[in-house]
Design a protein around this ligand. Structure first.
Ligand code: FAD
Length: 387
Protein backbone atom coordinates (compact mmCIF):
# COMPACT_ATOMS: atom_id res chain seq x y z
CA UNK A 1 0.00 0.00 0.00
CA UNK A 2 1.43 3.37 -0.97
CA UNK A 3 1.37 6.67 0.93
CA UNK A 4 -1.61 7.89 -1.10
CA UNK A 5 -3.57 4.71 -0.44
CA UNK A 6 -2.71 5.01 3.25
CA UNK A 7 -3.98 8.57 3.40
CA UNK A 8 -7.20 7.49 1.66
CA UNK A 9 -7.62 4.61 4.10
CA UNK A 10 -7.07 6.97 7.02
CA UNK A 11 -9.73 9.20 5.58
CA UNK A 12 -12.15 6.28 5.56
CA UNK A 13 -11.25 4.93 9.00
CA UNK A 14 -10.65 8.17 10.75
CA UNK A 15 -13.88 10.02 10.01
CA UNK A 16 -13.87 12.96 12.38
CA UNK A 17 -10.57 11.82 13.90
CA UNK A 18 -7.04 12.90 13.22
CA UNK A 19 -5.06 10.21 11.37
CA UNK A 20 -2.98 9.45 14.43
CA UNK A 21 -6.07 8.87 16.49
CA UNK A 22 -7.30 6.33 13.96
CA UNK A 23 -4.02 4.44 13.86
CA UNK A 24 -2.57 5.18 17.27
CA UNK A 25 0.83 6.70 17.80
CA UNK A 26 3.85 5.75 19.86
CA UNK A 27 3.06 8.56 22.26
CA UNK A 28 2.26 7.20 25.75
CA UNK A 29 0.56 8.89 28.66
CA UNK A 30 3.22 7.85 31.16
CA UNK A 31 6.58 9.56 30.76
CA UNK A 32 9.42 7.21 29.90
CA UNK A 33 12.14 9.65 30.92
CA UNK A 34 12.97 10.13 34.55
CA UNK A 35 14.24 13.47 35.83
CA UNK A 36 17.88 12.45 35.96
CA UNK A 37 17.86 10.54 32.64
CA UNK A 38 20.28 11.42 29.86
CA UNK A 39 19.64 11.09 26.14
CA UNK A 40 22.08 10.56 23.28
CA UNK A 41 20.90 11.60 19.82
CA UNK A 42 22.75 10.14 16.86
CA UNK A 43 22.84 12.59 13.95
CA UNK A 44 22.48 16.38 13.75
CA UNK A 45 20.12 16.68 10.80
CA UNK A 46 16.58 18.03 10.95
CA UNK A 47 15.39 15.18 13.19
CA UNK A 48 18.34 15.15 15.58
CA UNK A 49 18.37 18.92 16.00
CA UNK A 50 14.59 19.04 16.49
CA UNK A 51 14.65 16.25 19.07
CA UNK A 52 17.51 17.88 20.99
CA UNK A 53 15.80 21.28 20.86
CA UNK A 54 12.48 19.95 22.21
CA UNK A 55 14.24 18.00 24.95
CA UNK A 56 16.28 21.07 25.91
CA UNK A 57 13.03 23.05 26.15
CA UNK A 58 12.20 20.61 28.96
CA UNK A 59 15.74 20.80 30.38
CA UNK A 60 16.61 17.20 29.55
CA UNK A 61 20.34 16.48 29.43
CA UNK A 62 21.07 15.64 25.77
CA UNK A 63 24.17 15.01 23.72
CA UNK A 64 24.23 14.81 19.92
CA UNK A 65 26.85 12.59 18.28
CA UNK A 66 27.38 13.71 14.67
CA UNK A 67 29.63 11.87 12.23
CA UNK A 68 30.32 14.87 10.00
CA UNK A 69 32.19 18.06 10.90
CA UNK A 70 29.01 20.14 10.63
CA UNK A 71 25.30 19.89 11.38
CA UNK A 72 22.41 19.95 8.93
CA UNK A 73 22.62 16.52 7.27
CA UNK A 74 20.62 16.56 4.05
CA UNK A 75 19.69 20.25 4.57
CA UNK A 76 23.20 21.57 3.88
CA UNK A 77 23.56 24.66 1.71
CA UNK A 78 26.40 26.68 0.23
CA UNK A 79 26.80 30.44 0.33
CA UNK A 80 29.82 30.41 -2.01
CA UNK A 81 28.15 29.83 -5.36
CA UNK A 82 25.71 32.75 -5.60
CA UNK A 83 24.71 35.87 -3.68
CA UNK A 84 21.88 33.86 -2.11
CA UNK A 85 22.17 30.48 -0.33
CA UNK A 86 22.04 27.42 -2.57
CA UNK A 87 20.36 24.37 -0.99
CA UNK A 88 22.33 21.25 -1.90
CA UNK A 89 19.64 18.97 -0.45
CA UNK A 90 16.22 20.03 0.88
CA UNK A 91 14.97 23.08 -1.03
CA UNK A 92 11.19 23.47 -0.94
CA UNK A 93 8.70 23.81 1.87
CA UNK A 94 6.18 21.09 0.97
CA UNK A 95 3.52 21.98 3.58
CA UNK A 96 1.94 25.10 5.02
CA UNK A 97 4.18 27.65 6.78
CA UNK A 98 2.54 26.76 10.10
CA UNK A 99 5.04 23.91 10.32
CA UNK A 100 7.72 26.47 11.26
CA UNK A 101 5.77 27.34 14.44
CA UNK A 102 5.19 23.65 15.04
CA UNK A 103 8.94 22.99 14.97
CA UNK A 104 9.82 26.04 17.09
CA UNK A 105 7.14 25.06 19.60
CA UNK A 106 7.28 28.42 21.35
CA UNK A 107 4.39 30.88 20.90
CA UNK A 108 6.62 33.80 21.95
CA UNK A 109 8.81 33.34 18.85
CA UNK A 110 7.81 34.81 15.49
CA UNK A 111 9.38 33.07 12.52
CA UNK A 112 10.49 35.65 9.98
CA UNK A 113 11.87 33.33 7.30
CA UNK A 114 10.33 34.33 3.95
CA UNK A 115 8.91 31.84 1.50
CA UNK A 116 7.12 32.31 -1.79
CA UNK A 117 4.62 30.14 -3.62
CA UNK A 118 4.65 29.88 -7.41
CA UNK A 119 2.24 32.04 -9.37
CA UNK A 120 0.00 29.82 -11.51
CA UNK A 121 -0.83 32.80 -13.76
CA UNK A 122 2.75 33.84 -14.47
CA UNK A 123 4.88 30.74 -13.98
CA UNK A 124 4.94 27.78 -16.30
CA UNK A 125 7.09 24.86 -17.33
CA UNK A 126 8.03 23.09 -20.52
CA UNK A 127 7.54 19.35 -20.69
CA UNK A 128 8.58 17.37 -23.75
CA UNK A 129 8.45 20.59 -25.79
CA UNK A 130 4.94 21.53 -24.55
CA UNK A 131 4.05 24.43 -22.28
CA UNK A 132 2.53 23.17 -19.01
CA UNK A 133 1.25 24.75 -15.79
CA UNK A 134 3.08 24.65 -12.46
CA UNK A 135 0.38 22.27 -11.18
CA UNK A 136 1.12 19.89 -14.09
CA UNK A 137 4.74 19.85 -12.98
CA UNK A 138 3.53 18.90 -9.49
CA UNK A 139 4.07 22.19 -7.65
CA UNK A 140 0.89 23.28 -5.94
CA UNK A 141 1.41 24.07 -2.27
CA UNK A 142 5.23 23.93 -2.45
CA UNK A 143 7.08 27.15 -1.64
CA UNK A 144 10.61 28.40 -2.26
CA UNK A 145 12.56 29.93 0.60
CA UNK A 146 13.50 33.54 -0.20
CA UNK A 147 17.23 34.26 0.27
CA UNK A 148 17.20 31.47 2.82
CA UNK A 149 16.90 27.69 3.04
CA UNK A 150 15.62 25.01 5.41
CA UNK A 151 19.14 25.06 6.89
CA UNK A 152 18.84 28.79 7.61
CA UNK A 153 15.56 28.24 9.40
CA UNK A 154 17.25 25.72 11.70
CA UNK A 155 20.30 27.99 11.99
CA UNK A 156 18.13 30.87 13.20
CA UNK A 157 15.56 29.14 15.41
CA UNK A 158 16.75 25.70 16.51
CA UNK A 159 20.52 25.26 16.57
CA UNK A 160 21.34 28.24 18.85
CA UNK A 161 19.72 26.24 21.66
CA UNK A 162 21.54 22.96 21.00
CA UNK A 163 24.83 23.90 19.31
CA UNK A 164 26.81 23.35 22.50
CA UNK A 165 25.41 19.83 22.76
CA UNK A 166 26.83 18.60 19.44
CA UNK A 167 29.99 16.55 19.30
CA UNK A 168 31.39 16.32 15.74
CA UNK A 169 33.43 13.61 14.03
CA UNK A 170 31.68 10.93 16.09
CA UNK A 171 30.91 8.16 13.62
CA UNK A 172 28.73 5.78 15.60
CA UNK A 173 29.73 2.14 15.10
CA UNK A 174 27.94 0.21 17.85
CA UNK A 175 24.87 0.73 20.01
CA UNK A 176 24.71 -1.69 22.92
CA UNK A 177 21.30 -1.57 24.55
CA UNK A 178 21.60 -4.84 26.44
CA UNK A 179 22.05 -3.18 29.85
CA UNK A 180 20.38 -0.44 31.85
CA UNK A 181 22.59 2.20 30.22
CA UNK A 182 22.89 2.30 26.44
CA UNK A 183 26.55 2.25 25.41
CA UNK A 184 27.38 4.01 22.15
CA UNK A 185 30.76 3.33 20.58
CA UNK A 186 32.06 5.82 18.04
CA UNK A 187 35.30 6.16 16.08
CA UNK A 188 36.38 8.58 18.81
CA UNK A 189 35.22 7.09 22.06
CA UNK A 190 32.50 5.61 24.17
CA UNK A 191 29.37 7.37 25.41
CA UNK A 192 26.48 6.22 27.55
CA UNK A 193 22.97 7.41 28.32
CA UNK A 194 19.64 6.10 29.53
CA UNK A 195 17.97 6.50 26.11
CA UNK A 196 19.21 6.83 22.56
CA UNK A 197 17.48 8.39 19.58
CA UNK A 198 18.83 7.15 16.24
CA UNK A 199 18.33 9.59 13.35
CA UNK A 200 20.86 8.38 10.77
CA UNK A 201 19.52 7.93 7.22
CA UNK A 202 17.93 4.50 6.81
CA UNK A 203 20.37 3.77 3.97
CA UNK A 204 23.18 3.83 6.55
CA UNK A 205 21.36 1.17 8.59
CA UNK A 206 20.73 -0.87 5.43
CA UNK A 207 24.46 -0.85 4.83
CA UNK A 208 25.07 -2.12 8.36
CA UNK A 209 27.23 0.85 9.34
CA UNK A 210 25.91 0.61 12.91
CA UNK A 211 25.89 -2.70 14.84
CA UNK A 212 23.13 -3.10 17.43
CA UNK A 213 23.68 -5.27 20.51
CA UNK A 214 21.43 -7.21 20.77
CA UNK A 215 20.42 -7.29 17.08
CA UNK A 216 17.31 -5.32 16.25
CA UNK A 217 14.02 -7.28 16.34
CA UNK A 218 13.51 -9.15 13.07
CA UNK A 219 10.44 -7.09 12.10
CA UNK A 220 12.45 -3.90 12.43
CA UNK A 221 15.46 -5.31 10.58
CA UNK A 222 13.19 -6.60 7.78
CA UNK A 223 11.69 -3.14 7.37
CA UNK A 224 15.19 -1.62 7.23
CA UNK A 225 16.33 -4.19 4.66
CA UNK A 226 13.27 -3.95 2.45
CA UNK A 227 12.57 -0.24 2.06
CA UNK A 228 13.89 1.44 -1.07
CA UNK A 229 15.97 4.60 -0.95
CA UNK A 230 16.18 6.65 -4.11
CA UNK A 231 19.51 7.75 -5.53
CA UNK A 232 19.73 11.53 -5.65
CA UNK A 233 21.73 14.41 -7.06
CA UNK A 234 21.42 18.14 -7.66
CA UNK A 235 23.24 20.58 -9.91
CA UNK A 236 23.25 24.34 -10.19
CA UNK A 237 24.35 26.19 -13.32
CA UNK A 238 24.84 29.93 -13.61
CA UNK A 239 24.04 31.55 -16.97
CA UNK A 240 24.66 35.10 -18.13
CA UNK A 241 21.11 35.32 -19.57
CA UNK A 242 17.84 33.78 -18.42
CA UNK A 243 16.54 31.81 -21.42
CA UNK A 244 14.49 29.21 -19.55
CA UNK A 245 11.03 29.11 -17.88
CA UNK A 246 10.38 28.29 -14.20
CA UNK A 247 10.41 24.52 -14.78
CA UNK A 248 11.71 22.09 -17.38
CA UNK A 249 10.14 18.65 -16.86
CA UNK A 250 11.03 15.24 -18.28
CA UNK A 251 9.08 12.06 -18.89
CA UNK A 252 9.66 10.11 -15.67
CA UNK A 253 6.82 8.81 -13.50
CA UNK A 254 7.38 10.46 -10.10
CA UNK A 255 5.26 7.93 -8.20
CA UNK A 256 7.42 4.95 -9.19
CA UNK A 257 10.59 5.89 -11.01
CA UNK A 258 11.79 9.15 -9.52
CA UNK A 259 12.08 12.61 -10.93
CA UNK A 260 14.24 14.82 -13.10
CA UNK A 261 13.53 18.51 -13.18
CA UNK A 262 15.41 21.65 -14.12
CA UNK A 263 14.02 24.70 -12.35
CA UNK A 264 14.72 28.38 -11.83
CA UNK A 265 16.77 28.20 -8.61
CA UNK A 266 16.83 32.00 -8.36
CA UNK A 267 13.02 32.15 -8.35
CA UNK A 268 11.82 34.77 -5.86
CA UNK A 269 15.36 35.60 -4.66
CA UNK A 270 16.72 39.13 -4.38
CA UNK A 271 19.40 38.59 -6.97
CA UNK A 272 20.42 39.49 -10.49
CA UNK A 273 22.11 36.13 -11.00
CA UNK A 274 20.54 33.53 -13.28
CA UNK A 275 20.87 30.14 -11.63
CA UNK A 276 19.21 27.05 -13.06
CA UNK A 277 18.86 24.08 -10.69
CA UNK A 278 18.66 20.39 -11.53
CA UNK A 279 16.90 18.07 -9.10
CA UNK A 280 17.04 14.33 -9.83
CA UNK A 281 16.09 11.25 -7.83
CA UNK A 282 15.67 7.59 -8.79
CA UNK A 283 16.13 6.85 -12.48
CA UNK A 284 16.30 10.61 -13.04
CA UNK A 285 19.87 10.56 -11.69
CA UNK A 286 21.14 7.93 -14.14
CA UNK A 287 22.57 10.22 -16.80
CA UNK A 288 24.47 12.32 -14.26
CA UNK A 289 25.86 10.36 -11.33
CA UNK A 290 28.22 8.17 -13.33
CA UNK A 291 29.84 10.90 -15.42
CA UNK A 292 33.09 12.73 -14.73
CA UNK A 293 32.65 16.44 -14.03
CA UNK A 294 33.56 17.56 -17.60
CA UNK A 295 31.29 14.98 -19.22
CA UNK A 296 28.53 15.88 -16.79
CA UNK A 297 28.67 19.53 -17.80
CA UNK A 298 28.69 18.57 -21.50
CA UNK A 299 25.68 16.33 -20.91
CA UNK A 300 23.67 19.05 -19.16
CA UNK A 301 24.55 21.77 -21.68
CA UNK A 302 23.79 19.46 -24.61
CA UNK A 303 20.34 18.56 -23.33
CA UNK A 304 19.55 22.20 -22.53
CA UNK A 305 20.96 23.40 -25.89
CA UNK A 306 18.63 20.97 -27.64
CA UNK A 307 15.65 22.50 -25.85
CA UNK A 308 16.75 26.15 -26.03
CA UNK A 309 18.50 26.47 -29.36
CA UNK A 310 22.11 26.49 -28.17
CA UNK A 311 21.55 29.16 -25.52
CA UNK A 312 22.88 27.05 -22.64
CA UNK A 313 26.42 26.72 -24.03
CA UNK A 314 26.37 30.34 -25.20
CA UNK A 315 25.47 31.68 -21.74
CA UNK A 316 27.25 29.22 -19.42
CA UNK A 317 29.19 30.80 -16.53
CA UNK A 318 29.82 28.07 -13.93
CA UNK A 319 28.25 25.05 -12.27
CA UNK A 320 28.16 22.97 -9.12
CA UNK A 321 27.19 19.30 -8.64
CA UNK A 322 26.06 17.46 -5.51
CA UNK A 323 25.94 13.67 -5.71
CA UNK A 324 24.00 12.43 -2.68
CA UNK A 325 24.87 8.79 -3.45
CA UNK A 326 28.45 9.59 -2.55
CA UNK A 327 27.69 11.69 0.53
CA UNK A 328 29.47 9.58 3.17
CA UNK A 329 26.75 9.77 5.82
CA UNK A 330 23.69 9.63 3.56
CA UNK A 331 24.59 7.40 0.59
CA UNK A 332 21.35 8.29 -1.19
CA UNK A 333 18.45 10.73 -1.26
CA UNK A 334 15.37 9.49 0.62
CA UNK A 335 12.69 6.79 0.75
CA UNK A 336 10.75 6.33 -2.48
CA UNK A 337 7.34 7.98 -2.66
CA UNK A 338 5.60 4.65 -3.27
CA UNK A 339 7.10 2.91 -0.21
CA UNK A 340 4.71 0.72 1.80
CA UNK A 341 3.54 2.88 4.72
CA UNK A 342 3.51 -0.17 7.04
CA UNK A 343 7.25 -0.60 6.63
CA UNK A 344 7.77 3.11 7.29
CA UNK A 345 5.67 2.83 10.41
CA UNK A 346 7.75 -0.13 11.61
CA UNK A 347 10.88 1.92 11.00
CA UNK A 348 9.45 4.61 13.28
CA UNK A 349 8.67 2.29 16.19
CA UNK A 350 10.88 2.27 19.27
CA UNK A 351 12.71 -0.85 20.47
CA UNK A 352 11.81 -1.28 24.12
CA UNK A 353 12.08 1.84 26.25
CA UNK A 354 15.67 2.66 25.39
CA UNK A 355 16.06 2.84 21.63
CA UNK A 356 14.08 5.38 19.63
CA UNK A 357 14.11 6.26 15.94
CA UNK A 358 13.39 9.67 14.40
CA UNK A 359 14.04 11.04 10.94
CA UNK A 360 12.53 11.35 7.51
CA UNK A 361 12.22 7.56 7.17
CA UNK A 362 11.13 6.77 10.74
CA UNK A 363 7.63 8.19 10.84
CA UNK A 364 4.12 6.94 11.59
CA UNK A 365 3.68 6.06 7.91
CA UNK A 366 1.54 9.11 7.15
CA UNK A 367 4.28 11.07 5.48
CA UNK A 368 8.01 10.67 4.93
CA UNK A 369 11.07 11.91 3.01
CA UNK A 370 11.04 15.60 3.89
CA UNK A 371 12.38 18.00 6.47
CA UNK A 372 8.96 18.57 7.99
CA UNK A 373 8.40 14.78 8.28
CA UNK A 374 11.80 14.42 9.98
CA UNK A 375 11.01 17.22 12.44
CA UNK A 376 7.56 15.83 13.16
CA UNK A 377 8.96 12.38 13.81
CA UNK A 378 11.34 13.93 16.34
CA UNK A 379 8.40 15.58 18.07
CA UNK A 380 6.57 12.25 18.22
CA UNK A 381 9.58 10.59 19.87
CA UNK A 382 10.05 13.42 22.36
CA UNK A 383 6.35 13.27 23.24
CA UNK A 384 6.71 9.53 23.83
CA UNK A 385 9.71 10.12 26.09
CA UNK A 386 8.11 12.93 28.05
CA UNK A 387 4.63 11.43 28.25
C1 FAD B 1 18.45 15.92 -3.34
C2 FAD B 1 17.48 16.09 -2.20
C3 FAD B 1 16.45 17.01 -2.30
C4 FAD B 1 15.55 17.16 -1.26
N1 FAD B 1 14.55 18.10 -1.35
C5 FAD B 1 13.76 18.32 -0.30
C6 FAD B 1 12.84 19.40 -0.32
O1 FAD B 1 12.78 20.17 -1.30
N2 FAD B 1 12.05 19.60 0.77
C7 FAD B 1 12.13 18.78 1.87
O2 FAD B 1 11.39 19.00 2.83
N3 FAD B 1 12.99 17.75 1.92
C8 FAD B 1 13.81 17.50 0.85
N4 FAD B 1 14.72 16.50 0.91
C9 FAD B 1 14.68 15.56 2.04
C10 FAD B 1 15.30 16.14 3.29
O3 FAD B 1 16.57 16.67 3.01
C11 FAD B 1 15.42 15.05 4.33
O4 FAD B 1 14.18 14.38 4.44
C12 FAD B 1 15.77 15.58 5.72
O5 FAD B 1 16.78 16.55 5.64
C13 FAD B 1 16.19 14.40 6.57
O6 FAD B 1 16.55 14.82 7.87
P1 FAD B 1 17.03 13.71 8.91
O7 FAD B 1 17.40 14.40 10.15
O8 FAD B 1 16.03 12.61 8.97
O9 FAD B 1 18.32 13.02 8.23
P2 FAD B 1 19.72 13.69 7.86
O10 FAD B 1 19.55 15.10 7.48
O11 FAD B 1 20.36 12.79 6.88
O12 FAD B 1 20.52 13.68 9.23
C14 FAD B 1 21.12 12.50 9.71
C15 FAD B 1 22.45 12.87 10.35
O13 FAD B 1 23.06 11.67 10.82
C16 FAD B 1 24.46 11.75 10.60
N5 FAD B 1 25.00 10.39 10.60
C17 FAD B 1 24.89 9.44 9.64
N6 FAD B 1 25.52 8.32 10.02
C18 FAD B 1 26.02 8.56 11.26
C19 FAD B 1 26.76 7.78 12.19
N7 FAD B 1 27.12 6.51 11.95
N8 FAD B 1 27.12 8.34 13.36
C20 FAD B 1 26.77 9.62 13.65
N9 FAD B 1 26.06 10.40 12.81
C21 FAD B 1 25.69 9.86 11.63
C22 FAD B 1 24.56 12.46 9.25
O14 FAD B 1 25.83 13.04 9.06
C23 FAD B 1 23.45 13.49 9.35
O15 FAD B 1 23.90 14.73 9.87
C24 FAD B 1 15.67 16.36 -0.10
C25 FAD B 1 16.73 15.46 0.01
C26 FAD B 1 17.63 15.32 -1.01
C27 FAD B 1 18.78 14.36 -0.86
Amino acid sequence: MTRNEFVQLCGILGVGLPIQAAFGSCSKDEPILEASDTVIIIGAGAAGLSAAYLLRQRRVDVQILEAASHYGGRMIRTTDFADFPIPLGAEWLHVERGVFDEIVNDPSTTVSIHTTPYDPNMDYGVFEGRRVSVADIGFTIDQKFVNATWYDFFEAYITPFVRDRISYGQIVKTIDYSGEQVIVQTTNGEFSANRVIVTVPVKMLQKGTIAFIPELPSEKQDAINNVTVWDGCKAFIEFSEKFYPTFIGFDITPETDGQKLYYDAAYGQNTAQNILGLFAVGTGTLPYVNLSDDNLLDYMLTELDALFDGQASANYVKHLFQNWNEAPFANGAYLVDHEDWRRVRTLGESVGNQLFFAGDAYTTGEDWSSVHAAARSAKRVVEALLG
